[in-house]
Write a protein that binds this ligand. Structure first.
Ligand code: CP
Length: 317
């Protein structure tokens, strides 16, 4: 594996999940693999889970790890080529990236959608520049349109907790006060479409995701109907994808909040969310605190998903 930006980079998904579950039994088994190798983690945006779990994964594999917060202490970066740099941006990303690449063996990057241009975001301009100019393998720690480390951890969690083969997994939109990217639902859909699950997406009209990720999955606009007989309920907010509303909030309808009444419609489903979560917007206190809530095991599995990806890259350095 040279880069990790989407589900296809993992190859056969069953094999990848099996590898993850095996690694989880002894996460220090490959301590020698990363000896004298350096993982650089570059953050353009905030993080709790991704930062800690990816760093821990690198350390489990014996790597040295470095973290750079672009917006806290680094020079402000220009990302557009051809710009006359007479503003507040001191360094161009086209110099910064190869310099970063010269100090490490693997670069992991977090760079959210900016919502200034759908083309800029959906071309994955930032992470693709890292892939093109760093000279090093690149891992997405959430890019503009995807969060594959999260979706891989979600799939590992579903595999661990499922009570029947081919479980029903429902991705439901839920309200949020701010406009959020589509990265998490895009990747979740990408992974679920490859997994052995019955996958349903539910959201209010206007929140349709990019068909590149939905890939013909069932979309049900009636949330109650979608939740019927669900084994897993994956809640997430996202802003509109379709033009002319790209990046906009179209609804804050609290009837979409995942509550115990909503969960009662399911097959005693597990509740999932990638975190951080706005309580009583996305999910009520009682649901997230219930024994059916998997938000902590999911977050814990971020270490494992990152470790599989880093291990596979190290094996091919
Ligand atoms: N789920 C997730 O990526 O969390 P952080 O934004 O805290 O890294």
């Amino acid at each position: 594996m040279k880069t990790f930006t989407n589900v296809k980079d993992l190859g056969d998904l069953k094999t990848a999940v099996a590898e993850a579950l095996e690694l989880k039994k002894n996460r220090y088994a490959y301590k020698k693999l990363g000896e004298n190798r350096t993982l650089l983690m570059v953050f353009f945006n905030s993080s709790l889970r991704t930062r800690l779990s990816t760093q821990k994964a690198g350390m489990n594999l014996g790597m040295n790890t470095m973290v750079l917060d672009i917006n806290q202490g680094a020079w402000k970066l220009e990302t557009e080529r051809g710009v006359i740099m007479d503003g507040d941006k001191t360094e161009h990303i086209l110099e910064a990236i190869p310099v970063m690449g010269s100090y490490c063996d693997i670069i992991a990057v977090r760079s959210f959608a900016q919502f200034e241009s759908k083309t800029f975001d959906y071309n994955e301009t930032i992470i693709n520049q890292f892939i093109q100019y760093s000279g090093k393998p690149v891992i997405s720690m959430e890019a503009a349109t995807g969060h594959p480390l999260q979706a891989f951890a979600d799939l590992i969690t579903i595999e661990e907790y499922k009570k029947r083969e081919h479980p029903k997994v429902v991705l439901t939109w839920a309200p949020h006060p701010r406009a959020l990217p589509q990265a998490v639902p895009n990747s979740f859909a990408d992974f679920m479409n490859e997994a052995d699950v019955e996958f349903v997406i539910t959201h209010p009209e206007g929140y349709e995701l990019d068909e590149k990720f939905v890939r013909g999955a069932r979309v049900e606009y009636d949330q109650n109907k979608a939740l019927e007989n669900a084994d897993f309920v994956y809640a997430k907010n996202w802003s509109a994808y379709a033009d002319p509303n790209y990046g906009k909030i179209l609804s804050k309808d609290h009837s979409w909040t995942v509550s115990s009444e909503k969960m009662a419609l399911t097959n005693h489903a597990y509740f999932m969310h990638c975190l951080p979560v706005r309580r009583n917007m996305i999910v009520t206190d009682d649901v997230i605190e219930s024994p059916q809530s998997l938000v902590i095991p999911e977050a814990a599995n971020r270490e494992i998903s990152a470790q599989v990806v880093i291990k596979r890259i190290l094996e091919h350095l």
